[in-house]
Design a binder for this molecule. Sequence first.
Ligand SMILES: O=C(O)c1ccccc1NCC(=O)[C@H](O)[C@H](O)COP(=O)(O)O
Length: 250
Amino acid sequence: MLETLVKNSRTSVDAGVYEIRGAARGGRSIKWKEGRAALITEVKLASPSAGWIREGADPEEIAASMVRGGADALSVLTQPLLFHGSPEYFARVRRSVDVPMIMKDIIVDEAQVAAAEALGADYMLLIQSVFDGGYAHNMDEFIEMGHNRGVRTLLEVHTAAEFERAQNTEADLIGINNRNLDTLEIDLGTTEEILAGRNTRSRVISESGIKSAADIARLKKAGAAGFLVGSGIMGGRDIEGTVREMISAC
Ligand SMILES: O=C(O)c1ccccc1NCC(=O)[C@H](O)[C@H](O)COP(=O)(O)O
């Protein structure tokens, strides 16, 4: 799956998907409140594992409901292939909300980092296994390129070894993905196992497979400082209400 996702990103780069002219303002950071974790909600119309989640939905309307529900930040998919995301969706949402936004994509090329800046993204996603697997090179340079362009990095890991390596980078946030990107299996125990007995200096976001306030309470207990939730919100009827309920457990 990872190989397919990387190929898709290269196809999108070659097709000019990330050639964006624009100068939206970025540079926001997530506001952490004492004793409370942060909820990042994802505008996700489709995914490789689920297919369409909310076909034909309006990204701006979804984003507005999420913000009304209290989301601390939004993640917006920009990858067209398999995710049905697009930089245009990101730009529309960017113009309509003022919370921090993450450009969610499989980033393998400098053109995508430049696009993050042009779109006014506050954070971009980098995936440790993309670099460890040799699908892209020199992750530290990507993090630096982002910083030079005013874009922070959410660095995603899935194993304890990746987590260790991520802690020795300049990434601004570390995300533990509960989804295995090769098998697509989800296990919330991934976050618990990686954080067990660890005193981490980084803020850790638990990502994927979170469906309820009870899941959030469980992962907060494990030491996560934030949560990234897509399908668990996008698949239901009441986006604002689901976000509000999840926020109550943060
Ligand atoms: O969501 C997928 O099926 C997927 C498959 C392969 C690579 C990445 C994938 N998702 C990207 C994400 O990081 C998730 O959208 C995000 O963590 C939210 O996950 P969820 O709450 O489970 O929708």
